[in-house]
Design a protein around this ligand. Sequence first.
Ligand code: 6R9
Length: 635
Amino acid sequence: MSNYHIKHLEEYYQVYRQSVQKPELFWEEIAEEHFVWRKKWDRILSWDFSKPEVKWFEGAKLNITENCIDRHLHVRGDKTAIIFEPNNPDEGAQHISYKELHQNVCKFANVLYDKGIKKGDRVCIYLPMIPELAYAVLACARIGAVHSVVFAGFSSTALATRINDCDAKMVITSDGSFRGAKTIDLKGIVDEALEDCNGVDSVLVAKRIHSDIVMKDGRDHWLQPLLDDAYNEFTAVIMDAEDPLFILYTSGSTGKPKGMVHSCAGYMVYSAYTFKNVFQYKEEDVYWCTADIGWITGHSYIVYGPLANGATTVMFEGVPSYPDFGRFWQIVEKHKVNQFYTAPTAIRALAKEGLEVVEPYDLSSLKVLGTVGEPINEEAWHWYNDNIGKKKSPIVDTWWQTETGGIMISPIPFSTPTKPTYATLPLPGIQPALMDGEGNEISGNQVSGRLCIKFPWPSMARTIWGNHQRYKDTYFSAFKNMYFTGDGALRDEVGYYRITGRVDDVIIVSGHNLGTAPIEDAINEHPAVAESAIVGFPHDIKGNALYGYVTLKDVGESRNHDNLRKEINQLITERIGPIAKLEKIQFTLGLPKTRSGKIMRRILRKIAHNEVSNLGDTSTLLNPEVVQNIIDNAL
Ligand code: 6R9
């Protein structure tokens, strides 16, 4: 029996038991058999959640790109590693073999080296979903530089914050990007961001949309000529197991984004192991995850996990609606996709378009369907199951986080019976716990509580870049000796988990985590605004949308409210990005506050949900009178 590739339910339970009884042995066997190491570890695991400090495979030496690329060259060098499907279907797909991937990554690593990038330096990558993005990520890993990919939909301010937070020396970008019928001026956004970033001394620019852009002398370099001149071999830099591999920013409930730091060895082992099991990937399969590499899903399940298994992974540049709403299904047919992984928000948007855009396509290649990013509602689950999977492809509802590095709770297809809206069972090695308000673990089934994890797993983030205290406060302080996820969950009668949503001030909109604080900060920058509060409310397509309550400085403000709304959303777009725009903006006389001055979001949330009959006790508020006014004017 191989504990690397689970094939039926009894095997799952058996492997799971082993993984919990002897976690070190379990992960050692997997690390030993399925990866190449320059030197094996001295110790499998040491950990202390009170510090918190976690180390996996300490003493081992490796380079993840030797596992994702080099070791495949002899066995599957001509196999397609990446299928690049461009925004415009008329452009035609590109098939990049493992040999070509090797050459491109080596050349790119040489370019980085020539520009002075060394092991440990931070490189910010701000690119659309084009092959250069994958090469850039892997080239950083090959040279030992820490990549920080910033989703190329973030604004210049958001980009600048992320560049400065990790002191990136270099930015890799493109002249622009295609998104459906639109183009976006990425280089312009980078230029604006760099006005506030002194540490960046070079910018590499890939050519994608062939727009006229300004290149700053001495700082900006076109990428392609450098790649053309670069040597196509580059000896991978040997890394320690616990060296940082990358930083990826995620929203927090307060203030600045958190730069989650992932390590080389543990991340590699876990992303590869979970990819193999959750998607039941077989050698000839074509796998497609529709996420952007700017998010953790793209890191773990477009790049590292699939490539570490020698898989063929599709990289799609475009959007589901261009040139029409059949685009996803057209790609599935075209590349005979076997595993398809997307977000509930995309499923809901596509379901709305009716079956006319699905039916023309042959989806018979599909074997496994996945979802990630937010809870999937029952209706969307059934639509996906009936119309895309034709009731024969199991849906893996995968729960995990940027912080966890890999999928934590998910069915294993063909082993775990699925249940709509349930992420079902923990993967081997994962020990979830539900906690009550007093800090006690809730045992038994048919219970709900706050979701924690009580034992380390290899791909957990090791720290927040530059702020270990915040890492401790956010994840390890709510419950003693537990990693706290920020999510609520319930466990049904057979032990299946259902994630019920965030229990903190993070709102998930279209699968993107948005912290309320940075959005409120952006709104409050508007000269007419006194203060604001954001809550989520249910939205048919996005899952949640944002409802903003805004108090103006001059309550009798005579300016047109619609103009103010536009200006506020414009500010949010500039500071964070269009994903954080408010669906509804209500101008209020005041915000309900506790006597200590804390905004009572609970009440605002209920009003936004139109559940005003049950607001609870508002008499203890500092200003109970504003509540009725807010209810009367609710949108
Ligand atoms: C991978 C990713 C993490 C948050 C997480 C939770 C929500 C993710 C989910 C899910 C219900 C699922 N989430 N997957 N909720 N069911 N299958 O999305 O990472 O962007 O960091 O978001 O997303 O609330 O805590 P990230």
